[in-house]
Design a protein around this ligand. Structure first.
Ligand SMILES: Nc1ncnc2c1ncn2[C@@H]1O[C@H](COP(=O)(O)OP(=O)(O)OP(=O)(O)O)[C@@H](O)[C@H]1O
Length: 341
């Protein structure tokens, strides 16, 4: 019998209850076997949720298959269905972490679709959130980026990714595992200083000494997220006022658009592109940053000067005419030239 202070168990249960109540089908838990996701698995099971578990074996470390099997054994002890999803890692070193992450979400989304789960839960914590915000700060991101990871976002058509533990410190989840006698893994790449995130993690205690705690960074993220949501809502209103669907595409009133603040213009264009070629990855802040060059350096000047413009982005052809109308349509497939013999 655990002597856990009720408050942590209650906080985990409170974080999970609305998701378990809302799910009309089973929920897929992404469990690496680290302390956070092991706690997620146990807490979701204790809350009586209709959940299944998946572990992605990235095959990047010796022993990763055995680790995934270890998660499977614990899941079985808890009476949960567990599946190992295997990734064939490409033979290269650079960008391997980002490639592994993309592959992980893709495999999880595909598996969720197979089992009919509409929600995929990960166990990202307050510490993960603080690291993400600091990484984005270093990259000179926008307020949308400083909002950090969203508690919820679309993962694939009909499937949402939810992070219920974003305001729970990792140390609490480690304590939860220890109190409940749950075995967990420590991922050595978390301490591998070849990776920027690991180097940043080493800095966090120093920043905390100066008062920049994970909780404060979390608060910054929540506030930036709140303001970003307001901008998003305004942009949706503008979008619905100035967009009209046309045969095979979309028309935007460029005169109206160019009178809006740049933050709104970027979001309206993102929504228009998304309407034609839905893009669930990368996250919205990155997408907005990638739109900046096109919007600020080409589209807005062309509208202001009454110039025609023709650009392709994210598989969408964007054209403006001299009268200030913007037309977006799926770009024609690239021509493939047959090799000469
Ligand atoms: N190999 C994996 N298989 C399934 N889910 C994963 C995997 N790696 C990460 N995740 C999910 O993404 C979340 C965040 O990943 P991250 O790499 O920060 O955590 P971790 O160090 O692997 O372990 P944990 O968060 O479980 O302590 C995990 O909590 C888990 O829900």
């Amino acid at each position: 019998m655990s002597d856990a202070p009720a408050s942590l168990d209650e906080r985990l249960a409170r974080a999970l209850a609305p998701l378990l109540d809302r799910a009309t089908s089973s929920i897929l838990l992404a469990v690496s076997g680290g302390p956070d996701s092991t706690a997620l698995m146990h807490a979701a099971r204790s809350a009586g949720g209709r959940v299944q578990v998946a572990t992605v074996d990235h095959g990047l470390r010796a022993g990763s298959a055995a680790e995934a099997e270890g998660v499977g054994r614990l899941a079985a002890e808890l009476g949960l269905v567990h599946t190992i999803l295997t990734w064939e890692a490409p033979r290269r070193d650079s960008g391997i972490q980002a490639a592994a992450r993309d592959a992980r979400y893709r495999l999880l989304a595909d598996h969720a679709a197979r089992i009919g789960a509409g929600l995929v839960l990960t166990a990202h914590t307050l510490d993960d959130q603080a690291e993400t915000v600091l990484m984005r700060l270093m990259a000179g991101s926008s307020p949308s980026g400083l909002a950090g990871m969203r508690g919820e976002r679309p993962l694939a058509p009909g499937i949402r990714l939810v992070r219920p533990f974003l305001d729970i410190p990792k140390i609490d989840l480690v304590a939860y595992c220890e109190r409940n006698g749950l075995p967990f893994l420590r991922d050595p790449s978390n301490a591998d200083e070849r990776f920027a995130r690991a180097r940043l993690r080493r800095l966090l205690p120093l920043l905390e000494e100066e008062g920049l705690t994970a909780a404060r960074i979390g608060r910054l993220a929540a506030r930036a997220g709140r303001d970003d949501a307001a901008l998003e809502q305004l942009s949706q209103t503008v979008f619905s006022e100035i967009a009209a669907s046309s045969e095979g595409g979309l028309h935007l009133d460029g005169h109206r658009l160019r009178r809006e603040p740049e933050a709104i213009v970027l979001r309206v264009l993102d929504a228009a592109l998304d309407g034609i070629a839905p893009d669930h990855e990368p996250p919205v802040p990155k997408r907005l940053e990638r739109l900046e060059t096109l919007v600020l350096e080409a589209l807005l000047p062309a509208l202001a000067e009454g110039r025609a413009l023709r650009r392709t982005l994210r598989g969408v052809l964007i054209e403006t005419d001299r009268k200030g109308a913007i037309r977006l349509a799926a770009a024609p497939p690239r021509r493939v030239f047959a090799k000469r013999r």
